[in-house]
Design a protein around this ligand. Structure first.
Ligand code: GLV
Length: 336
């Protein structure tokens, strides 16, 4: 029996998410509705559906900009994004309108770090390429020069951004006995103490890394952080891994660098214009591609959905949500 204690709240969910979160939202919110189709809503559809909503549970594929806020109207109190990143949301506009924005930090750290390693290993040992080769019947016999890749042990691992995910990724290098360099705004005691890692200048990480993994959010400062010049200063044997956001890399410059052999390989879970992939990437053998799925485990996606749903309910109940991004927006203390 639902106890829909938020009697007056209209809540909209933009796409199906793990069931426990839907059940929870239904049980708490009297006026709950959702897009039942497993697809991203067109902008005009999204705008129509959110009109008059008090709370919206959004995904990173939803553009939450000034037009969205205008379409939702004055009733909107909270946008709960089911992602740690919130570059899809105009935070300034949300804050100006007094709309709380929440995200889902922490929960997807381990899954994302694991996936970054899966990508790195896949690129270093050429696993997708080996799989394509084997399936296509080209495997005739063991061969001394077949599918030679790179070993990880003893190499230098470069981390750009030593926050939660960057730290979890770096800690997993222990088994490979690697030298760890990182670039970050501040010292990371965990990495320094547990790995004897060194915080060095961005340019040093770039020049010395055998394997470079990106773990920064997308902001105006990190947009195209990895550009042509940076790619040219990397080792020609280097492998670049990106599980952060596509636009942290200048994708056209990356294609050129890979074509010219300026770096050895790239393993990418994220792209500049998702879901569009630069055609040059699709043609290259030394690229591993994944459909933005680093956090895609049953456990993590369920936890992310529940966290987003709880944040939304907390905001509508007049509480300060656990993962409020724009802390300048104060809750009125009242239920909607
Ligand atoms: C995934 O990319 C996220 O930001 O949660």
């Amino acid at each position: 029996m639902p106890h829909d204690d938020l009697h007056e709240c209209r809540v909209f969910l933009t796409r199906p998410i793990p069931e426990p979160a839907i059940t929870y939202l239904r049980s708490r919110c009297a006026h709950f509705s959702m897009n039942r189709e497993d697809r991203v809503l067109e902008r005009h559809e999204l705008h129509e559906r959110v009109a008059g909503a008090h709370g919206v549970l959004s995904l990173l594929t939803d553009r939450i900009d000034a037009a969205f806020f205008a379409a939702a109207g004055e009733s909107l109190r909270v946008v709960a994004n089911m992602a740690v990143g919130y570059d899809n949301i105009d935070i300034e506009e949300a804050t100006r309108r007094g709309v709380m924005v929440t995200n889902t930090p922490g929960i997807l750290t381990e899954a994302t770090a694991e996936f970054a390693w899966a990508l790195l290993l896949a690129a270093a040992r050429r696993i997708p390429e080996a799989d394509r080769f084997t399936r296509s019947g080209q495997f005739k016999a063991w061969a001394p020069m077949l599918m030679l890749g790179q070993e990880l042990s003893g190499k230098t691992l470069g981390i750009i951004g030593a926050g939660r995910i960057g730290t979890a990724f770096a800690l997993r290098s222990r088994g490979w006995n690697m030298r760890v360099l990182y670039s970050s705004r501040r010292d990371n005691k965990i990495l320094d103490n547990e790995l004897s890692a060194q915080r060095v200048d961005f340019s040093v990480v770039i020049e010395e890394a055998d394997f470079l993994s990106l773990h920064v959010p997308l902001t105006p400062e990190t947009h195209h952080l990895i550009d042509r010049e940076v790619l040219q200063s990397m080792k020609s044997t280097a492998i670049l891994v990106n599980t952060a956001r596509g636009a942290v890399i200048d994708e056209a410059a990356l294609v050129e660098a890979l074509q010219r052999g300026e770096i050895a390989a790239a393993a990418l879970d994220v792209f500049e214009e998702e879901p569009v992939i630069h055609p040059g990437l699709l043609e290259l053998e030394n690229v591993v591609l994944a459909p933005h799925c680093a956090s895609a485990t049953e456990t993590t996606r369920t936890a992310m959905a529940m966290t987003a749903a709880r944040n939304l309910v907390q905001a509508l109940s007049g509480e300060t949500p656990e993962n409020l991004v724009n802390r300048e927006v104060k809750t009125s203390g009242a239920r909607c």
